[in-house]
Design a protein around this ligand. Structure first.
Ligand code: PFF
Length: 451
């Protein structure tokens, strides 16, 4: 039961730990490239609307389920209703799909940190630096192993607390640096077009795919629909207000994503002369654009180095939380010791991560529905599995245990102001929207129909 589990210390402990998991590559690497690809302002607007409605309701719900049951995801659903145990299981699969490819991108960040630290900053701004790097068969895999190894060491030796302490200092510095870079970016010649693209919604670009992409990104960024917040909630003390904590996490997480977009998208316009094709670069966008920004910036080599170091920390706190989750599931289910479970997860990640990395080089001929291997893992987890888990979570709360059961938990530490909003979203708005969007965009990706 909840009382027997170790708890986060103090009121701020929970928020910091959850924010450490939430803020990562999703904010700095993934959000800007999706916003660039899916119409800029319209993506941002849809994302913000979803964040204050779905994101808020789902995060409150997950934390409350965790705190109410005192269990991690798989057991939490099971203990509330056996028929819904599969939701916990499905949610548990997601971190295992994300971690390998997350670590491939973490490897790219590590490579750029090394490049900046070893005086290669100017060279990294050339057009072919990134494409040349990811196309190599071995080098990106080497960096992936470095990142994965760092993550595994932290989890193996249980020194997450130490990393969290360092990141408490790193995170605020990351915010300041992101603001400095964003302010600089928007003042580059030709960047204004990009600022407009990012901030002014063009409603003609609205589509089901935009909403699905924004929704998947929301889940990913806030570490939702994969059981993580349920586990975090199970460690939360009863006297802490869930609603307030969720507001704080959400503001922090969304704020960093917004700034990252401002740092990257206007610069894409400035350096491509407004060429629309430059916006569709996908996972490469940050790595192609930022070195150019740093190269044109006074003191850019130093600022760039510091930036990649901070992003590496943010990425590590997230990958550690992903790996912890997978390791603890393996331990619970198979009864293995910590070391064996860590090793097994490490090997599993290498097996899945290497194809993701090679998919940008020697295996770039492999593509499913136009997606590279890494994009495919990303699509399956974010745009298929997470919406499904979110859908069942809403149905479960809305119609099986009923919103009242969760609202009671939300009211334990403090009054819960958004009761009506919560109930309407969980019971009606979220399930209907998720079904519509999921179906129409899967059809879209398969090339069957477009809504
Ligand atoms: N929320 C993280 C990010 O935005 O980078 C990704 C993530 C980390 C998802 C940890 C899930 C998780 F458990």
């Amino acid at each position: 039961m909840a009382q027997n589990r170790s708890s986060f210390t103090g009121k701020i402990g929970f928020v910091l730990a959850a924010a450490g998991s939430a803020v990562g590559l999703g904010n700095i690497w993934r959000f800007p490239y999706l916003a660039a690809k899916y119409g800029g302002g319209i993506f941002l607007l849809v994302y913000l609307i979803l964040a204050v409605t779905f994101g808020f309701a789902l995060m409150c719900a997950e934390i409350a389920i965790g705190r109410k049951t005192g269990q991690s995801a798989i057991n939490a659903f099971k203990s509330l209703d056996k028929r819904f145990a599969f939701v916990g299981v499905l949610g548990a699969v997601i971190p295992a799909i994300i971690l390998p490819y997350y670590s491939v991108i973490g490897g790219w960040v590590t490579k750029y940190l090394f490049a900046f630290a070893s005086g290669d900053a100017a060279a990294s701004a050339s057009d072919t630096y990134f494409t040349g790097f990811i196309a190599k068969p071995f080098e990106p895999i080497g960096w992936f192993l470095v990142f994965m190894g760092l993550t595994a060491l932290v989890v193996l030796f249980g020194v997450e607390k130490g990393v969290e302490k360092v990141s408490k200092i790193m995170m605020p510095v990351l915010v300041v640096l992101t603001i400095v870079i964003a302010v600089y970016s928007v003042t580059i010649d030709g960047a204004m077009e990009g600022v407009k693209y990012y901030l002014m919604p063009d409603f003609s670009r609205f589509s089901a795919t935009t909403v699905l992409a924004a929704m998947g990104q929301l889940f990913y960024s806030m570490s939702l629909a994969m059981g993580i917040m349920i586990t975090y909630g199970s460690y939360m003390k009863k006297d802490v207000s869930i609603e307030k904590s969720v507001h704080q996490i959400e503001i922090f997480d969304t704020g960093i994503a917004f700034l990252a977009g401002l740092m990257i998208i206007p610069a894409v316009f400035a350096f491509s002369g407004g060429d629309e094709a430059a916006l569709g670069k996908g996972p490469s966008l940050m790595f192609i654009t930022l070195p150019k920004v740093f190269n044109s910036m006074p003191g850019g080599a130093f600022i760039g180095g510091a930036f990649f170091l901070l992003v590496l920390f943010a990425a590590l706190t997230s990958s550690i939380s992903l790996m912890e989750t997978v390791v603890s599931i393996v331990r619970d289910k198979l009864g293995w010791g910590r070391k064996t479970a860590c090793l097994a997860v490490f090997v599993f990640c290498i097996v899945l991560g290497i194809p993701s990395s090679l998919g940008f080089g020697v295996w770039d001929f492999i593509s499913v529905a136009g997606l590279s291997i890494l994009d495919m893992f990303d699509f399956v987890s974010n745009s298929v599995l997470m919406p499904i888990v979110a859908l069942f979570t809403c149905i479960f709360i809305g119609y099986v245990i009923k919103p009242k059961a969760i609202i009671e938990e939300l009211e334990v530490g403090a009054p819960f102001k958004a009761k009506t909003l919560f109930t309407i979203i969980i019971k009606y708005v979220a399930p209907v929207c998720i079904i519509l969007i999921l179906v129409s965009s899967i059809l879209d990706v398969l090339g069957v129909a477009k809504i």
